[in-house]
Design a protein around this ligand. Structure first.
Ligand SMILES: [Zn+2]
Length: 432
């Protein structure tokens, strides 16, 4: 059924529209986005709200919600060991619970799509479909013969590659589900495997999601073992001839930034995680300047510890101004674009991320009747500097109303939170 939304103001590619109207057709696509029309029959009166495109989380590991606060004050490599220790005790039920818990938080804070590297199988992808979200799911792998999630699946890295391709085939053409190869990182996956994945990617058209240049320790290890930096090493493996979406890229050289731009590889900037783990600050202004394709992400809650992208938006806007002593280094508009249309494109959801006719109706409504919006500057100013995920009151994905007046319509929040507490208790008391 056609939906017609009315709101005080709306963020569109052609600017901010006051007294706005959005029409969603019965295919879940935007049929009209503009000023309110006198003849319309409004189905969703959102007076006192702002409409904007749903946010896109460019990088996370959603099931790791169960590991919130597991290692909050350790260095990167010690942190990685701590979380991988917990992962050895995970069951598939835990991953279901962790994923559901992540979706509760993502939806409630306005995220409509996410890139996710973890254990993935068809049943988990069906959960995402039922919840109503979109995902670029990358089944994580390390070496060809190691098993990534022993308590969940017996698959080795090599078998995970085949399973990834089978899932991509199964969900081909699905508007909510996209699949990527998920090699963890250049320092955990051997070069010959990375070369094979790039070759497969070019053959199958399945993109690659990977962590690159996250920590100084990684740069040191790669330089010692291969005499070069991770980005340049990958280039010698013809890695960037494939479609690559990379997380972090904190320590890219200017040459590597230009390589990413030239090859059309995208980067998810994850400032909270990079700061929390003491990894550093990525050169976002230089990436924007070089026209690199960009997304904004939270990374997992084990390194964040929340999935509220509004925190990342504000931080990404102010952080680089402070670093460069330049309040024009990054604008609110640029970061909002990265968090919506940029992320959607990086994940392959090219007709999401902007409120314009023909696009999928992935739209969120924020309450403007809150003190932090009273009074306010432009909508972009409010969204980048003052709004929080708590202001999100409604979420529509592909026109489907999945969050209404602060209530989940597709997930049972109380049940999921109870399961999550029980799972965490068991994981903490297990000898793993
Ligand atoms: Zn990550």
């Amino acid at each position: 059924m056609t939906k017609i939304l009315r709101a005080d103001v709306m963020l569109t590619p052609s600017g901010e529209i006051e007294n706005a109207e959005l029409e969603i057709d019965d295919q879940g696509r935007i049929a009209y986005a503009g000023p309110a029309r006198a003849e319309s029959t409004v189905t969703h009166d959102l007076a006192g709200h702002a409409l904007m495109p749903g946010l896109v989380n460019g990088h996370t590991h959603s099931a790791m919600t169960l590991q919130r606060g597991v290692s909050d004050d350790e260095d990167f490599m010690a942190w990685l060991e701590a979380v991988q220790r917990v992962e050895q005790g995970l069951t598939r039920d835990d991953i279901v619970t962790g994923l559901e818990l992540a979706m509760l938080e993502m939806i409630a804070t306005g995220t409509v799509a996410f890139a996710d590297m973890y254990h993935w199988d068809a049943g988990l992808l069906d959960l995402v479909k039922r919840a109503g979200m979109r995902v670029l799911a990358a089944p994580a792998m390390f070496t060809a013969d190691s098993v990534g999630f022993a308590g969940v699946s017996p698959l080795t890295g090599a078998e995970t590659l085949d399973a990834t391709e089978a899932m991509a085939e199964q969900f081909a053409g699905d508007e909510q589900i996209k699949i990527a190869y998920g090699p963890h990182a250049p320092y955990t996956c051997p070069p010959e495997l990375l070369r094979e994945i790039a070759e497969r990617s070019q053959r199958t058209g399945i993109p690659i999601h990977i962590h690159i240049s996250e920590s100084v320790a990684e740069i040191e290890q790669m330089t010692e073992q291969h005499g070069t930096t991770p980005g340049l090493l990958l280039d010698t493996l013809d890695f960037f001839n494939a479609t690559v979406h990379a997380a972090h890229c904190v320590h890219l050289t200017q040459d590597e930034i230009e390589l990413f731009a030239r090859k059309g590889a995208s980067i998810s900037h994850n400032p909270v995680s990079n700061l929390k783990l003491g990894c550093g600050i990525a050169a976002l202004p230089d990436m924007i300047g070089a026209d690199v394709r960009l997304a904004l992400g939270t990374d997992s809650v084990a390194s964040n510890n929340s999935l509220d992208l509004f925190e990342e938006i504000k931080l990404a806007t102010v952080l680089h101004r402070g670093v460069r002593h330049d309040a024009t280094a990054v604008s609110a508009t640029q970061v909002l674009e990265i968090a919506t249309r940029g992320g959607a494109a990086a994940l392959g959801f090219t007709d999401s991320g902007a409120l314009q006719v023909g696009n999928l109706a992935d739209v969120i409504a924020l309450d403007l009747d809150v003190t932090r919006a009273t009074p306010r500057g432009s909508l972009s100013s409010h969204l980048a500097f003052a709004a929080t995920g708590q202001d999100v009151r409604h979420v529509f994905i592909g026109g489907r109303h999945i969050y209404a007046d602060g209530k989940h319509l597709t997930l049972d929040a109380a049940h999921i939170q109870r399961k999550a507490r029980e799972a965490r208790q068991r994981l903490q008391s297990s000898p793993a």
